[in-house]
Design a protein around this ligand. Structure first.
Ligand code: SF4
Length: 546
């Protein structure tokens, strides 16, 4: 006799997908968005909060909707990492904000960079971070100063609109778009058109979660389309026409997934509509019940690219898209555009490393002046916390290299300095467990001393918590901040190590080895051991990743 299979009569719980009728607010974030659209906070900041001060801010705005305007409350100074998980949000924050200015495509004029620098100097204690998503972040911002900051940013075509929140975040583009001879195509116009039409548009101001976009024809895939929610990757089809391959569903954080090719060819004139259709699929079918499943990568993992394509075409575009080829693999090992590159007009682009993205507003203003003096006032931010000055004539390149070096901005940095990135970390981030920026700077400086001849490209990404803002899973050596036990049995700041992550051909996430936990103090010894081992074992020309 066989045992009958038990089938549950309980209805399956929905995932909170609007398209399937689950419209009710399902968690506090969804409720917050339903109560008042995030975009509405802008007027309240201008009319009420900036006039009446921090204490007048509605709690739903303070820790929710402010993000739609690029504002997060800042971590109060002096709270150790061990307290992050046990304190309430209001105990962790002070009365200042972190503010993010979006720089779509990383494109800046010298005037814009001077304004960015001036804001840091005048309102943010002269601190700024160039982020790994081409943005600039400020700290120490007072709510009273926000309208004036916006006025200044808007005077040079910039804004903080939707720089954070469950919305279309900054759209990544190659900093060399339109500049290099060998690019597949220039995505500058499609980024500008999409931003113009949809950023700040109520159609997409309530998405299930953040929505990260890249659009690029860079032969090095420098915008890292593998880990964006939606990416348009430059490709040439069989007819010799340049367009884009559509990838959807990448993302890191605690459940890293690589984007999948949808398999369609998108002409440049279709990009904005196809982007809007993808965003609509996310808005309507994204999982809103649990916030930690709300990124599109979870939907994509369940649906697969065929179903995504079918829904995209049948329900949103109302027409099929042709099949398209996959893009060629990245041409170079490093995707950061550091160093001197020849532009197609015969001038040069000069890319340089800051100190893990941390810089002063005054120095940003100085860089703007250098871009005027040596170039034609065009500057780019990269996705690796670096900057590029464009349009430098051959005979002026070395003088610019020296002028930058005088401010410790390195056009030819060591492998360690070039390859090290760090997230905001404990200094200002409420989610952080570990301090990162200074630690990462100390780490590369010490490795430069201990391994002076090391010349292989190496990525060392230092993160203050599992959220992976500085992408620990895709680094050769990825550090994920956590509390770890030291030799005396005390819990101290440290890291879980992830080794061997890389993007591109055979992309893989770094592996977490059992026991690979180090205290902050042990980090440099650990890196030295791993790197010396690699040098001893490597065969000619072998990179760290392969
Ligand atoms: Fe903050 Fe964590 Fe992101 Fe670092 S990785 S900036 S600590 S949320």
């Amino acid at each position: 006799m066989t045992t009958p299979t038990r089938t549950s009569t309980r209805p399956k719980r929905g995932e909170g997908q609007w398209a399937l009728g689950y419209r009710e607010p399902l968690n506090p974030n969804e409720r917050m968005k339903k109560d008042s659209d995030g975009l509405e906070v802008r007027q309240r900041i201008i009319d009420i909060y900036s006039k009446n001060g921090f204490d007048s801010i509605d709690p739903g705005d303070l820790r929710g909707r402010m993000r739609w305007m690029g504002l997060y409350t800042q971590r109060a100074q002096g709270i150790p990492g061990g307290k992050t998980a046990v304190l309430e949000p209001e105990e962790l924050e002070d009365k200042y904000f972190m503010m993010r200015a979006r720089i779509d495509g990383g494109q800046l004029t010298s005037d814009a960079l001077r304004v960015i620098g001036g804001i840091s100097t005048d309102f943010g204690r002269d601190v700024a971070d160039v982020t790994d998503r081409q943005n600039v972040q400020y700290h120490w911002i007072r709510i009273e100063d926000v309208p004036e900051i916006w006025r200044r940013l808007e005077s040079v075509g910039l804004s903080t609109m939707e720089a954070c929140g469950d919305v279309p975040r900054v759209m990544l583009g190659c900093p060399m778009a339109g500049i290099l001879e060998d690019e597949v195509l220039d995505a500058t116009d499609v980024i500008a058109e999409t931003v113009e039409k949809y950023v700040g548009n109520p159609e997409f101001s309530n998405l299930p979660r953040k929505w990260k976009t890249s659009m690029s024809g860079c032969v090095d895939h420098c915008t890292e389309p593998e880990i964006d929610d939606v990416s348009f990757v430059g490709v040439v089809n069989e007819a010799g026409e340049a367009g884009y391959d559509l990838w959807v569903g990448g993302g890191l954080s605690t459940n890293p997934m690589f984007a999948q090719r949808v398999g369609v060819f998108v002409r440049p004139d279709q990009v904005t509509d196809v982007w809007a259709a993808c965003t609509s699929v996310f808005r309507d079918y994204g999982y809103r019940r649990q916030r930690n499943r709300a990124r599109i990568k979870f939907l994509m993992a369940d649906w697969g690219p065929e179903k995504f394509r079918q829904v995209l075409q049948d329900e949103y575009l109302k027409e099929p898209l042709p099949d398209g080829p996959a893009p060629a693999p990245a041409k170079h090992d490093q995707r950061d555009h550091v160093g001197v590159s020849r532009q197609k007009d015969g001038l040069n682009a000069v890319g340089f490393a800051l100190r893990t993205g941390r810089i002063s507003g005054s120095l940003l203003s100085t860089i703007a002046d250098l871009a005027d003096e040596y170039g034609q006032g065009r500057i780019r931010t990269t996705t690796q916390q670096k900057l590029v000055i464009l349009d430098v004539a051959d005979e002026r390149v070395e003088a610019l290299v020296d002028a930058l070096a005088a401010h410790d901005l390195q056009v030819r940095p060591s492998a360690f300095r070039r390859g090290t990135m760090a997230c905001t970390g404990l200094e200002y981030c409420k989610l952080a467990i570990v301090e990162t920026k200074q630690h990462a700077q100390d780490l590369y400086a010490e490795l430069e001393k201990r391994l002076p001849d090391f010349d292989v490209p190496i990525g060392i990404n230092v993160n203050g918590c599992p959220n992976s803002c500085a992408r620990f899973q895709t680094a050769d050596i990825g550090f994920k901040g956590s509390m770890v036990r030291d030799d005396n049995g005390e819990m101290v700041e440290g890291f879980q190590v992830h080794l061997g992550g890389h993007l591109g051909v055979e992309a893989t996430f770094g592996r977490k080895f059992r026991g690979h936990k180090v205290t902050k103090a042990e980090t440099v010894d650990y890196c030295e051991r791993v790197l010396r081992g690699f040098v001893e074992r490597r065969t000619d020309g072998e990179s760290f990743a392969h």
